[in-house]
Design a protein. Structure first.
Length: 369
């Protein structure tokens, strides 16, 4: 039997009295004759004051997390190249800056094309002949439709053809309109330059959905759940978060870097996110039903990891364990504990301090898994 302070357990005296540190009255502690050398025995008052909490170990669902560094890029499936359908000279560009937003139906460029002007004239002549020679043996309706189809194939709209039919005169410059909406990512021609048939005028990117492109090592694939939602954070935009699905994983490993490319779709309806921004992609691993503990219960030192287990009422013993996956505030126990063990989940550091004060050694010294 000895006397100690509930606030300063390092104080141990053979006679009752007051604590020399805080002045509180010392409490009586009876040594347990059956206790082992590694056990720590506390009074009920010490347990309450130390806020020591125990829980019975059981199984739970846990999955590892993988955090990858990524870069935002435009979704290549949503990049549209607007091309010239015939040869001619670009007289005017209505958008001249990279990053300009173009709406569907906006004027994009004016072109001067001898072929197109000839086709327009052929359409007008076919209309005039149909009007004056409608009863001849030649079916001018077929000729009119053929001339119209040529104009449609070269990119004129029904409204432009209707204006041509109404005015019966041609404008040497023809305006072409944007078939898609998006941000200009490249301008491949300047005003006054000639374009060939099929030549790209401008490229438009729909940025309502972006790709977060990250790199994964082949050894990480076994931890990856391809069907899980990924969480994306943006260091340039604190507090901004998004979630998306894994859209693509390159089946081929780069022979030089030994990595695979992984793409996660990121919604960008507000257009706050820009291609080129860095991002962190967090992907949950496959869920496992295994023994888990609160992270606070695990003590980590250079010698390994341990927990305190209640062996008898008010009696605790340190035990080495092997840990595995971590998710949130839970951690997997791979070995060292069994279901039903009563583990200290709060106050483990206090118990370690109590052991050192009373025994003069670290509870993990000499312990092996």
């Amino acid at each position: 039997m000895y006397y100690t302070c509930s606030m300063h357990p390092q104080v141990m005296q053979e006679k009752p009295g007051n604590c020399p540190i805080c002045g509180m009255k010392l409490i009586e502690v009876t040594k347990s004759l059956g206790s082992e050398k590694e056990d720590v025995v506390l009074t009920q008052q010490q347990i309450e004051l130390g806020n020591i909490l125990t829980d019975t170990l059981g199984n739970g669902m846990i999955g590892d997390k993988m955090v990858l560094t990524a870069t935002l890029n435009a979704d290549q499936r949503k990049i549209h190249a607007v091309s010239a359908r015939l040869m001619g000279r670009i007289e005017r560009l209505y958008f001249k800056d990279i990053g300009d937003y173009v709406k569907r139906g906006d004027k994009l460029f004016d072109i001067y094309s001898e072929e197109l002007n000839t086709a327009k004239q052929e359409y007008i002549l076919a209309l005039e002949k149909q009007k004056t020679l409608g009863n001849s043996i030649v079916d001018f309706a077929v000729l009119v439709q053929s001339a119209k189809n040529k104009l449609l194939l070269w990119g004129l709209s029904e409204a432009q053809i209707a204006q041509l039919r109404l005015k019966k005169s041609i404008n040497t410059l023809t305006t072409f309109y944007s078939p898609e909406a998006g941000y200009i990512t490249s301008l491949d021609i300047n005003e006054g330059e000639y374009t060939m048939e099929g030549g790209t005028i401008v490229r438009l990117a729909d940025l309502s959905i972006l790709w977060a492109e990250a790199q994964v090592y082949p050894s990480q694939l076994s931890q990856l759940d391809k069907n899980s939602l990924a969480s994306i954070q943006f260091p340039d935009l604190p507090g901004q978060k998004a979630s998306g699905k894994i859209e693509f994983m390159n089946p081929e490993v780069n022979p030089n870097s030994r990595i695979l490319l992984l793409r996660v779709s990121v919604p960008n309806q507000s257009n706050i996110l820009k291609p080129g921004m860095p991002a962190y992609v967090t992907i949950r691993g496959k869920q496992s039903n295994t023994l888990t503990l609160p992270s606070e219960a695990v003590l980590r030192t250079a010698g390994g990891t341990s927990v305190w287990v209640q062996s008898k009422p008010r009696t605790f013993k340190s035990r080495m364990i092997e840990i595995g996956m971590e998710e949130g505030d839970r951690i997997q126990v791979k070995s060292g504990l069994e279901p039903g063990d009563i583990v200290v989940v709060r106050g483990a550091y206090l118990l370690s301090s109590e052991f050192i004060f009373k025994k003069g050694a670290n509870p993990m010294e000499g312990m092996k898994m």
